[in-house]
Design a protein around this ligand. Structure first.
Ligand code: 3PG
Length: 307
Protein backbone atom coordinates (compact mmCIF):
# COMPACT_ATOMS: atom_id res chain seq x y z
CA UNK A 1 0.00 0.00 0.00
CA UNK A 2 1.32 3.42 -0.95
CA UNK A 3 1.32 5.64 2.12
CA UNK A 4 1.13 9.41 1.77
CA UNK A 5 2.18 11.16 4.96
CA UNK A 6 1.31 14.80 5.61
CA UNK A 7 3.71 15.93 8.35
CA UNK A 8 3.12 19.54 9.31
CA UNK A 9 4.29 20.98 12.61
CA UNK A 10 2.30 24.08 11.57
CA UNK A 11 -0.87 22.47 10.16
CA UNK A 12 -2.64 23.43 6.94
CA UNK A 13 -6.01 25.15 7.21
CA UNK A 14 -8.47 22.29 8.02
CA UNK A 15 -10.23 22.69 4.64
CA UNK A 16 -7.04 21.45 2.96
CA UNK A 17 -7.07 17.91 4.30
CA UNK A 18 -10.34 16.65 2.72
CA UNK A 19 -8.97 17.71 -0.69
CA UNK A 20 -5.71 15.84 -0.13
CA UNK A 21 -7.68 12.86 1.17
CA UNK A 22 -9.77 12.81 -2.02
CA UNK A 23 -6.72 12.89 -4.28
CA UNK A 24 -5.05 10.13 -2.23
CA UNK A 25 -8.16 7.98 -2.23
CA UNK A 26 -8.67 8.28 -6.00
CA UNK A 27 -5.06 7.23 -6.51
CA UNK A 28 -5.49 4.29 -4.12
CA UNK A 29 -3.16 5.64 -1.45
CA UNK A 30 -3.52 5.56 2.30
CA UNK A 31 -3.33 9.02 3.91
CA UNK A 32 -1.57 9.50 7.25
CA UNK A 33 -1.55 12.77 9.18
CA UNK A 34 1.05 14.01 11.63
CA UNK A 35 0.08 17.55 12.62
CA UNK A 36 1.40 19.84 15.36
CA UNK A 37 4.09 17.36 16.36
CA UNK A 38 6.41 18.57 19.05
CA UNK A 39 9.36 16.25 18.73
CA UNK A 40 11.53 15.01 15.88
CA UNK A 41 11.08 11.43 17.15
CA UNK A 42 7.39 11.58 16.13
CA UNK A 43 8.38 12.44 12.56
CA UNK A 44 11.06 9.73 12.51
CA UNK A 45 8.44 7.18 13.56
CA UNK A 46 5.76 8.38 11.13
CA UNK A 47 8.02 8.38 8.04
CA UNK A 48 9.18 4.78 8.53
CA UNK A 49 6.75 3.29 6.02
CA UNK A 50 5.79 6.44 4.04
CA UNK A 51 6.14 6.35 0.26
CA UNK A 52 5.46 10.05 -0.17
CA UNK A 53 5.77 12.95 2.23
CA UNK A 54 4.16 16.39 2.21
CA UNK A 55 5.74 19.00 4.49
CA UNK A 56 5.82 22.77 5.03
CA UNK A 57 8.80 24.31 6.87
CA UNK A 58 9.35 20.95 8.59
CA UNK A 59 12.98 19.87 8.64
CA UNK A 60 13.72 16.87 6.47
CA UNK A 61 17.26 16.04 7.52
CA UNK A 62 19.51 13.12 6.54
CA UNK A 63 18.24 11.39 9.70
CA UNK A 64 14.63 11.67 8.52
CA UNK A 65 15.54 10.42 5.05
CA UNK A 66 17.45 7.48 6.57
CA UNK A 67 14.48 6.55 8.75
CA UNK A 68 12.11 6.63 5.74
CA UNK A 69 13.02 3.34 4.12
CA UNK A 70 10.16 3.36 1.59
CA UNK A 71 10.32 7.05 0.71
CA UNK A 72 10.26 8.02 -2.98
CA UNK A 73 9.22 11.65 -2.93
CA UNK A 74 9.12 14.67 -0.60
CA UNK A 75 7.02 17.67 -1.52
CA UNK A 76 7.61 20.94 0.21
CA UNK A 77 4.13 22.49 -0.03
CA UNK A 78 5.47 25.98 -0.60
CA UNK A 79 8.37 27.76 -2.24
CA UNK A 80 11.55 27.63 -0.14
CA UNK A 81 13.15 24.20 0.27
CA UNK A 82 16.10 25.19 2.47
CA UNK A 83 14.55 22.92 5.14
CA UNK A 84 15.22 19.76 3.10
CA UNK A 85 18.63 18.08 2.91
CA UNK A 86 18.73 17.75 -0.87
CA UNK A 87 22.05 15.89 -0.92
CA UNK A 88 20.81 13.27 1.51
CA UNK A 89 17.63 12.87 -0.55
CA UNK A 90 19.52 12.53 -3.83
CA UNK A 91 21.91 10.01 -2.28
CA UNK A 92 18.92 7.80 -1.44
CA UNK A 93 17.19 8.39 -4.80
CA UNK A 94 14.40 10.42 -3.17
CA UNK A 95 12.87 13.09 -5.41
CA UNK A 96 12.27 16.51 -3.80
CA UNK A 97 9.82 19.05 -5.24
CA UNK A 98 8.31 22.34 -4.19
CA UNK A 99 5.00 23.88 -5.33
CA UNK A 100 6.13 27.23 -6.74
CA UNK A 101 3.58 30.03 -6.91
CA UNK A 102 0.87 28.24 -4.92
CA UNK A 103 1.19 30.34 -1.77
CA UNK A 104 2.77 33.48 -3.26
CA UNK A 105 -0.24 35.76 -3.04
CA UNK A 106 -0.58 35.19 0.70
CA UNK A 107 3.08 36.12 1.23
CA UNK A 108 2.79 39.21 -0.99
CA UNK A 109 -0.30 40.41 0.88
CA UNK A 110 1.50 39.97 4.19
CA UNK A 111 4.53 41.96 2.97
CA UNK A 112 2.31 44.90 2.06
CA UNK A 113 0.20 44.39 5.21
CA UNK A 114 3.28 44.63 7.42
CA UNK A 115 4.35 47.83 5.62
CA UNK A 116 1.01 49.48 6.31
CA UNK A 117 0.81 48.18 9.88
CA UNK A 118 4.21 49.61 10.69
CA UNK A 119 3.82 52.85 8.69
CA UNK A 120 0.71 53.50 10.80
CA UNK A 121 2.62 53.02 14.06
CA UNK A 122 1.06 49.58 14.52
CA UNK A 123 -2.33 51.31 14.86
CA UNK A 124 -1.33 53.07 18.09
CA UNK A 125 -3.57 56.11 17.57
CA UNK A 126 -0.77 58.50 16.57
CA UNK A 127 -0.08 59.92 13.09
CA UNK A 128 1.79 57.55 10.84
CA UNK A 129 2.87 57.73 7.20
CA UNK A 130 1.47 56.50 3.87
CA UNK A 131 2.90 54.18 1.23
CA UNK A 132 1.85 56.39 -1.69
CA UNK A 133 4.79 57.91 -3.52
CA UNK A 134 7.41 56.01 -1.52
CA UNK A 135 10.18 54.11 -3.31
CA UNK A 136 9.85 50.33 -3.06
CA UNK A 137 12.71 48.01 -3.99
CA UNK A 138 11.85 44.41 -4.70
CA UNK A 139 14.84 42.20 -4.07
CA UNK A 140 14.31 39.18 -6.33
CA UNK A 141 11.50 39.38 -8.82
CA UNK A 142 10.01 35.87 -8.65
CA UNK A 143 6.45 34.77 -7.92
CA UNK A 144 6.12 36.72 -4.66
CA UNK A 145 8.11 39.77 -5.77
CA UNK A 146 5.90 40.21 -8.85
CA UNK A 147 2.74 40.07 -6.75
CA UNK A 148 4.13 42.58 -4.26
CA UNK A 149 4.77 44.89 -7.22
CA UNK A 150 1.22 44.38 -8.52
CA UNK A 151 -0.31 45.30 -5.16
CA UNK A 152 2.12 48.20 -4.61
CA UNK A 153 1.05 49.70 -7.95
CA UNK A 154 -2.42 50.13 -6.45
CA UNK A 155 -0.82 52.10 -3.61
CA UNK A 156 0.99 54.28 -6.18
CA UNK A 157 4.42 53.38 -4.89
CA UNK A 158 7.46 54.06 -7.07
CA UNK A 159 8.62 50.49 -7.78
CA UNK A 160 12.11 49.17 -8.57
CA UNK A 161 13.44 45.62 -8.72
CA UNK A 162 16.72 43.78 -8.87
CA UNK A 163 16.99 40.14 -9.83
CA UNK A 164 20.29 38.59 -10.92
CA UNK A 165 18.46 35.94 -12.95
CA UNK A 166 16.29 38.28 -15.04
CA UNK A 167 17.02 40.70 -17.85
CA UNK A 168 16.08 44.37 -17.62
CA UNK A 169 13.38 43.78 -20.25
CA UNK A 170 11.74 40.99 -18.25
CA UNK A 171 11.33 43.33 -15.28
CA UNK A 172 10.35 46.35 -17.39
CA UNK A 173 7.53 44.51 -19.09
CA UNK A 174 5.85 44.11 -15.67
CA UNK A 175 5.79 47.90 -15.31
CA UNK A 176 8.63 47.92 -12.76
CA UNK A 177 11.96 49.78 -13.05
CA UNK A 178 14.94 47.41 -13.19
CA UNK A 179 18.17 48.21 -11.37
CA UNK A 180 21.63 46.78 -12.08
CA UNK A 181 22.68 45.62 -8.63
CA UNK A 182 21.67 45.04 -5.02
CA UNK A 183 23.76 48.07 -4.17
CA UNK A 184 21.72 50.34 -6.44
CA UNK A 185 18.42 48.91 -5.16
CA UNK A 186 19.21 49.52 -1.49
CA UNK A 187 20.69 52.96 -2.12
CA UNK A 188 17.58 54.02 -4.05
CA UNK A 189 14.65 52.61 -2.06
CA UNK A 190 13.07 53.62 1.21
CA UNK A 191 11.20 50.29 1.42
CA UNK A 192 12.93 47.03 0.51
CA UNK A 193 10.86 43.85 0.20
CA UNK A 194 13.06 40.76 0.36
CA UNK A 195 12.27 37.69 -1.73
CA UNK A 196 15.59 35.91 -2.08
CA UNK A 197 15.93 32.23 -1.11
CA UNK A 198 18.23 31.13 1.74
CA UNK A 199 21.26 29.33 0.34
CA UNK A 200 25.02 29.30 0.80
CA UNK A 201 25.36 32.43 -1.34
CA UNK A 202 22.59 34.49 0.22
CA UNK A 203 22.88 33.62 3.94
CA UNK A 204 23.88 36.75 5.90
CA UNK A 205 24.24 38.63 2.60
CA UNK A 206 21.97 41.52 3.68
CA UNK A 207 24.65 43.37 5.54
CA UNK A 208 25.73 46.73 6.95
CA UNK A 209 26.95 48.07 3.64
CA UNK A 210 23.58 47.50 1.90
CA UNK A 211 21.34 48.49 4.80
CA UNK A 212 23.20 51.61 5.82
CA UNK A 213 23.00 52.91 2.24
CA UNK A 214 19.18 53.04 2.31
CA UNK A 215 17.58 56.51 2.16
CA UNK A 216 16.20 58.30 5.19
CA UNK A 217 13.25 56.62 6.98
CA UNK A 218 14.18 53.20 5.66
CA UNK A 219 12.15 50.02 6.17
CA UNK A 220 13.38 46.51 5.40
CA UNK A 221 10.54 44.01 5.02
CA UNK A 222 11.60 40.38 5.24
CA UNK A 223 9.03 37.76 4.28
CA UNK A 224 11.81 35.54 2.90
CA UNK A 225 14.11 33.85 5.46
CA UNK A 226 15.70 35.23 8.62
CA UNK A 227 19.00 33.55 7.67
CA UNK A 228 19.64 35.99 4.79
CA UNK A 229 20.10 38.87 7.23
CA UNK A 230 23.41 39.55 8.92
CA UNK A 231 21.74 40.23 12.25
CA UNK A 232 24.69 41.78 14.05
CA UNK A 233 25.21 44.23 11.21
CA UNK A 234 21.47 44.94 11.07
CA UNK A 235 21.63 45.89 14.75
CA UNK A 236 24.57 48.16 14.05
CA UNK A 237 22.48 49.99 11.43
CA UNK A 238 19.50 50.21 13.82
CA UNK A 239 21.82 51.58 16.48
CA UNK A 240 23.28 54.24 14.20
CA UNK A 241 20.01 55.14 12.54
CA UNK A 242 16.86 55.60 14.58
CA UNK A 243 15.02 56.08 11.26
CA UNK A 244 15.78 52.47 10.23
CA UNK A 245 13.02 49.87 10.65
CA UNK A 246 13.06 46.09 10.36
CA UNK A 247 9.86 44.08 9.78
CA UNK A 248 10.20 40.34 9.63
CA UNK A 249 7.86 37.42 9.13
CA UNK A 250 9.29 35.29 11.96
CA UNK A 251 11.46 36.62 14.75
CA UNK A 252 15.19 36.86 14.05
CA UNK A 253 17.66 34.95 16.23
CA UNK A 254 18.58 38.22 17.98
CA UNK A 255 14.94 39.20 18.55
CA UNK A 256 15.40 39.73 22.27
CA UNK A 257 18.36 42.08 21.87
CA UNK A 258 16.52 43.98 19.12
CA UNK A 259 13.40 44.29 21.28
CA UNK A 260 15.43 45.57 24.22
CA UNK A 261 17.25 48.26 22.27
CA UNK A 262 15.04 49.38 19.41
CA UNK A 263 11.50 50.02 20.55
CA UNK A 264 9.30 51.24 17.70
CA UNK A 265 11.87 50.25 15.08
CA UNK A 266 10.76 46.66 14.49
CA UNK A 267 7.88 44.25 14.09
CA UNK A 268 8.14 40.46 14.10
CA UNK A 269 5.38 37.93 13.56
CA UNK A 270 5.19 35.33 16.34
CA UNK A 271 5.31 32.42 13.86
CA UNK A 272 6.01 32.36 10.13
CA UNK A 273 2.73 33.79 8.84
CA UNK A 274 3.35 34.48 5.14
CA UNK A 275 1.59 31.40 3.83
CA UNK A 276 -0.95 31.18 6.66
CA UNK A 277 -4.15 31.60 4.69
CA UNK A 278 -6.80 29.04 3.81
CA UNK A 279 -6.29 29.81 0.11
CA UNK A 280 -2.52 29.35 0.19
CA UNK A 281 -2.78 26.14 2.21
CA UNK A 282 -5.41 24.65 -0.07
CA UNK A 283 -3.52 25.64 -3.23
CA UNK A 284 -0.17 24.33 -2.00
CA UNK A 285 -1.53 21.22 -0.25
CA UNK A 286 -3.59 20.05 -3.19
CA UNK A 287 -0.85 20.84 -5.70
CA UNK A 288 1.53 18.78 -3.55
CA UNK A 289 -0.83 15.78 -3.53
CA UNK A 290 -1.38 16.05 -7.29
CA UNK A 291 2.36 16.26 -7.95
CA UNK A 292 2.86 13.08 -5.92
CA UNK A 293 0.27 11.18 -7.95
CA UNK A 294 1.76 12.41 -11.24
CA UNK A 295 5.23 11.40 -10.14
CA UNK A 296 4.33 7.98 -8.76
CA UNK A 297 2.04 7.10 -11.69
CA UNK A 298 3.78 8.82 -14.64
CA UNK A 299 7.24 9.70 -13.37
CA UNK A 300 6.38 13.38 -13.93
CA UNK A 301 9.30 15.30 -12.40
CA UNK A 302 8.12 18.84 -13.06
CA UNK A 303 9.16 20.98 -10.07
CA UNK A 304 11.90 18.57 -8.96
CA UNK A 305 14.54 20.63 -7.14
CA UNK A 306 17.24 18.02 -6.47
CA UNK A 307 18.22 17.21 -10.04
C1 3PG B 1 7.44 29.15 1.67
O1 3PG B 1 8.66 28.98 1.51
O2 3PG B 1 6.59 28.66 0.90
C2 3PG B 1 6.95 30.04 2.78
O3 3PG B 1 8.01 30.46 3.57
C3 3PG B 1 5.87 29.41 3.63
O4 3PG B 1 6.31 28.49 4.55
P1 3PG B 1 5.28 27.68 5.49
O5 3PG B 1 4.47 26.80 4.62
O6 3PG B 1 6.13 26.91 6.43
O7 3PG B 1 4.42 28.68 6.19
Amino acid sequence: MTKLLVATEKPFHPDTIPGIQKIAQEAGYELALLEKYTDKSQLLEAVKDATALIIRSDKVTAEVIDAAKELKIVIRAGAGYDNVDLEAASAKGVVVMNTPGQNSNAVAELAIGMMIYHARGQFNGKSGTELRGKTLGIHAFGNVGRLVAEIAKGFQMDIYAYDPFLSKQEIEKEGVKPLESEKELYARCQYISLHIPANEKTKQSINFSLLSSMPEKATLVNTARKEVIHEEELMKVMEERKDFHYLSDIAPDMAQQIAQKFEGQYYFTPKKMGAQTAEANINAGLAAAEQIVKFLKNNDRTFQVNK
